[in-house]
Design a binder for this molecule. Structure first.
Ligand code: URA
Length: 235
């Protein structure tokens, strides 16, 4: 592989920036400074950047604890956007996996792996997503059955939609609180499902996507790279 491609991918940066990094004499191959963009790397070559190992990683997987007040977009004229919370990675390449509302917190994934993104978001894949909700009115046992049967919501005022079966696990100590697992991702789906059983959501947080749980060590606005084991939990 050419050195400029290796540096671009490893640093998650643009081609021009990668070439600048090489020009600045910060890249060494097997201990020697290399300034040629088309220098050809062999499999066993060791590459360093500012004397630290530079590892080639094709795919990046980030988990963010999305804070309230941010929208899931790369740019917006009015609101703050989640991508601006990400340093160190090339924003152009990252895909925001699914959407959380501006006032929703919790597990948000960002990746440059389009296939995994499709697996997690395609309606045909039925990927489970678990949310923690707080509502103004207590949930009842009947709500559990309604959710299981498939709640009717409205995609638009004149377009009813019967949701797929969802699980509702009511907190025994406080029935305003529950965990809801859905396998779809309709606009405002959890809020609309709760509305349809007469409750208004006052707080919403995504806890889990597929088998991967939010790392509770992440404060709202923080993010981290997923480990190999965590990536497996998404598949
Ligand atoms: N359902 C909602 O209503 N809002 C979200 O942010 C996610 C799921």
């Amino acid at each position: 592989m050419r050195l400029d491609k290796y540096v671009r991918v490893a640093l998650q940066t643009s081609r021009n920036d990668a070439r600048q990094v090489i020009k600045n004499k910060t890249i060494k191959v097997n201990g020697k400074i290399i300034t040629k963009n088309d220098y050809f790397l062999n499999d066993n070559d060791s590459v360093t950047y500012n004397d630290k190992p530079l590892i080639y990683k094709k795919f990046i997987y980030l988990m963010m604890n999305k804070p309230q007040g941010y929208i899931c977009a790369k740019e917006d004229k009015i609101h703050k956007v989640v991508i601006d919370l990400i340093d160190d990675y090339n924003h152009n390449d990252l895909i925001i996996v699914g959407r959380l509302d501006i006032d929703t917190e919790g597990l948000l994934l960002l990746t440059n792996d389009g296939i995994l993104c499709h697996m997690l978001t395609s309606p045909k894949k039925d990927c489970p997503k678990e949310y923690y909700v707080q509502t103004d009115i207590e949930f009842t046992d009947e709500d559990i059955l309604v959710f299981k049967e498939g709640v009717e919501i409205y995609e638009t005022v004149d377009k009813p939609y019967k949701c797929k079966s969802a699980s509702l696990e009511i907190d025994k100590n406080d029935k305003h609180n529950a965990k809801i697992t859905i396998t779809e991702g309709k606009y405002h789906q959890v809020k609309k499902m709760c509305k349809s059983v007469g409750k208004t959501v006052t707080y919403l947080k995504r806890l889990k996507v597929n088998r991967l749980s939010l790392d509770e060590k992440l404060k709202p606005g923080e993010y981290k790279e997923l480990t190999e084991e965590e990536i497996e939990l998404l598949k």
